[in-house]
Design a protein around this ligand. Structure first.
Ligand SMILES: Nc1nc2c(ncn2[C@@H]2O[C@H](COP(=O)(O)OP(=O)(O)O)[C@@H](O)[C@H]2O)c(=O)[nH]1
Ligand SMILES: [Mg+2]
Length: 246
């Protein structure tokens, strides 16, 4: 869980995740939040062995926070690695459905808002517009089959992340989600979406900026053009998915 200034929600999120999913461990990647988010997690980690924290020295964007977190999780030897926002938008109670997709052979499972059964609560119209048009643009430019490619509620098998060259990712902000999902898709990975209810945060503020939207638009456009010109290097095929009969 990446955090930047999430002091009002982080403790409750950790509590909800562990109550709904006692077998998971949590890693918070905090970018030295000035509001003390990191210290709140430090205090929880003292008495809760399932909670861990990685402190980074400055706010370096969602993408690099996740790459740091993935590196930690792979080193520790976890089987599945999940992404989730810390502001209450992603429901921990929906996590078992994501874990099931991974159990059933998906390389990547994505919690999708824009498929039947998926929805958003209290999300302003302009955020819906950005999200839906972002996915549509990625479907056109990148020939993606996904319906919610920017969703940050997702999970990978460790083998999947291990097979990918994460050092090749060059997105700092939220378009990291697009870049990584597209990398899994074009590496021949099995990507499955499941419907989620995305609930807009009640506390704190969004870290979404116009710069983040511009980065995504520029990168998706350049990746799309480069791939049409054959300038995107071929991806290595992913390890075969796990036994899908489980
Ligand atoms: N570590 C870290 N976390 C971030 C950064 N930017 C956003 N986040 C976290 O990423 C998650 C999603 O961010 P949020 O502001 O809620 O985005 P929104 O839901 O799209 O409005 C939250 O848990 C944020 O605290 C960053 O630069 N570094
Ligand atoms: Mg949010």
């Amino acid at each position: 869980m990446p955090t930047y200034r999430e002091k009002d929600t982080i403790a409750a999120m950790i509590d909800r995740i562990l109550s709904a999913n006692p077998a998971v461990d949590i890693l918070v990647v905090d970018d030295s939040s000035p509001d003390g988010t990191g210290e709140i997690v430090d205090a929880i980690a003292l008495t809760e062995p399932r909670v861990h924290i990685l402190h980074r020295t400055e706010k370096n964007g969602l993408g690099t926070a996740y790459v740091a977190g993935f590196g930690w999780a792979l080193e520790q030897g976890y089987d599945y690695i999940i992404e989730m926002d810390a502001d209450g938008s992603h429901q921990p109670e929906e996590l078992p459905r994501l874990l099931k997709l991974l159990d059933n052979g998906a390389n990547l499972g994505i919690g999708a808002r824009w498929i039947p059964g998926g929805k958003t609560e209290n999300w302003p119209w302009y955020r819906k517009l950005i999200s839906r048009s972002g996915t549509t643009y990625a479907r056109i430019m990148l020939s993606s089959k996904l319906h919610d490619i920017t969703s940050g509620y997702r999970g990978f098998t460790a083998d999947t992340l291990r097979s990918l060259d994460l050092s090749r990712l060059d997105s700092a902000g939220y378009c990291f989600q697009i870049e990584l999902a597209w990398l899994v898709e074009r590496s021949g990975g099995v990507v499955r979406e499941f419907p989620i209810t995305f609930v807009e945060r009640l506390e704190g503020q969004s870290k979404m900026t116009s710069g983040i939207v511009v980065e995504a638009l520029a990168k998706v456009t350049s990746w799309g053009v480069a791939s049409r010109l054959g300038r995107i290097p071929k991806s290595q095929a992913l390890a075969a998915p796990r036994d899908s009969t489980r």
